[in-house]
Design a protein around this ligand. Structure first.
Ligand code: NAD
Ligand code: WQD
Length: 348
């Protein structure tokens, strides 16, 4: 536990009401950090914050503002003594980014710049950034090392590449910053309480939420995009990582920044590749429900295989993923079956 003399650190979590942010807030609160959430609820609901508080049995400070708004962000920093920021806030739909590039660049780049500028003005120098395996584009081989070439095939991915470039340039110019750039693979699952989880708007784009909605009877069948990849069963292979493992990676990153004063760029994945058909079978076993599916054409922009070499995260952060695909599916199912329509909207 914390010593009386040890002041609890306060972490600003932008996008803290969202999928990965909410799970990270639970872990932060459990570890004794104070948490300040900034979220404009463009892709989440305030109910997730109430559930974070319920799980942790602690309060968080919530500011329902846009991280791109410098005046609002200055007020957030005025209201709290912030020690570090974890910046989750972003728009994240690959397909939507192709049709709305200006919205994606504006939101994802501006929010980063405003958070960094506000931090700099207040002397806050510890920063954790949500990057993505998408920065590897179509990798020449797997597993993927941090040293692989970076590229983007859509505005979402390009916004992450731009963000990483901004962070590298800031570190070169102002070495007193301590920055962790975390490249997530495919987060799935939910908190074991079943109280928080991923709550996509409309029909899910991503595999696991789609599978979960087929299992619960909300969608009739999964379309498996491509059965002719150069993978063991022909379907796409991904590095699914339990969202609680991913959340804990952020605490490990904060520790590295605070205690070792080192900046890092690392993959957060398990190192294990599972195919779409493997994921379907694991979900059927966890839920006891059949998943109807048909194999259809490839989805444009998809790649065959994508999984991490997670060794750098273990070396640099002392972190590794603990949960396997069975647990990911069991927790995803508990969330989906307990909350078939996601979080309730706020009574106005
Ligand atoms: P999410 O949409 O559930 O969470 C993002 C949160 O940010 C939402 O609550 C949204 O309302 C909020 N937000 C967006 N723009 C904002 C703004 N301008 N001001 C304030 N709040 C804002 O997404 P997630 O899956 O939790 O992703 C979190 C981060 O991780 C994102 O940066 C995303 O790009 C990145 N990431 C996600 C995945 C994934 O597969 N989920 C993979 C790699 C990287
Ligand atoms: C996984 C596999 C699909 C849906 C995306 C982003 C990436 C990152 C994580 C943010 C693929 C197949 C999917 C379906 C299917 N996000 N699939 N039927 O594409 O690996 O990564 O989310 O940074 O940038 O691109 O994840 O869950 O969409 O797909 O067959 O209805 O499932 O083809 O092989 P992806 P995904």
């Amino acid at each position: 536990g914390l010593q009386m003399s040890e002041k609890k650190k306060t972490i600003l979590v932008t996008g803290g009401a969202g999928y990965i942010g909410s799970h990270t807030c639970v872990e932060l609160l459990g570890a004794g950090y104070d948490v300040v959430i900034v979220d404009n609820f463009v892709n989440s609901k305030p109910e997730s914050v109430r559930r974070i508080e319920k799980i942790a049995n602690r309060k968080v400070a919530l500011h329902g503002v846009d991280a791109c708004d410098p005046i609002a962000m200055a007020k957030v920093f005025d209201a709290h003594s912030i020690d570090a920021a974890i910046h989750f806030a972003a728009l994240k739909s690959v397909g939507e980014s192709v049709s709305k590039p200006l919205e994606y660049y504006r939101n994802n780049v501006d929010s980063l710049l405003v958070v960094l500028e506000t931090m700099r003005a207040r002397g806050v120098r510890h920063f954790v950034f949500s990057s993505s395996a998408t920065v590897y584009g179509n990798p020449h081989s797997v597993p993927i090392d941090e040293s692989f070439p970076l590229s983007a095939t859509n505005p979402y991915g390009q916004s992450k590449l731009i963000a990483e470039q901004v962070l590298r340039d800031v570190l070169l110019a102002e070495p007193d910053w301590k920055i962790a750039t975390l490249r997530y693979f495919n987060p799935v699952g939910a908190h074991e309480s079943g109280l928080i989880g991923e709550d996509p708007n409309g029909i899910p784009n991503n595999l696991m939420p789609y599978v979960a909605q087929v299992a619960v009877g909300k969608l009739p069948k999964l379309r498996v995009f491509g059965g002719d990849y150069a993978t063991p069963d022909g379907t796409g292979v991904r590095d699914f990582i339990h969202v609680v493992d991913l959340a804990r990676g952020h605490l490990a990153a904060l520790d590295t920044l605070f205690k070792q004063g080192r900046s890092v760029t690392v993959n957060l994945g398990t190192g294990n590749g599972y195919s779409v058909l493997d994921a379907i079978r694991a979900f059927e076993a966890a839920s006891g429900r059949p998943i109807a599916y048909e194999i259809v054409a490839r989805r444009p922009g998809d790649i065959g295989s994508c999984y991490a070499n997670p060794a750098a995260a273990e070396r640099e952060l002392g972190w590794r993923a603990e949960f396997g695909i069975e647990r990911m599916c069991a927790d995803q199912w508990r969330w989906q079956s307990g909350n078939p329509d996601g979080y309730p909207a706020d009574a106005a």
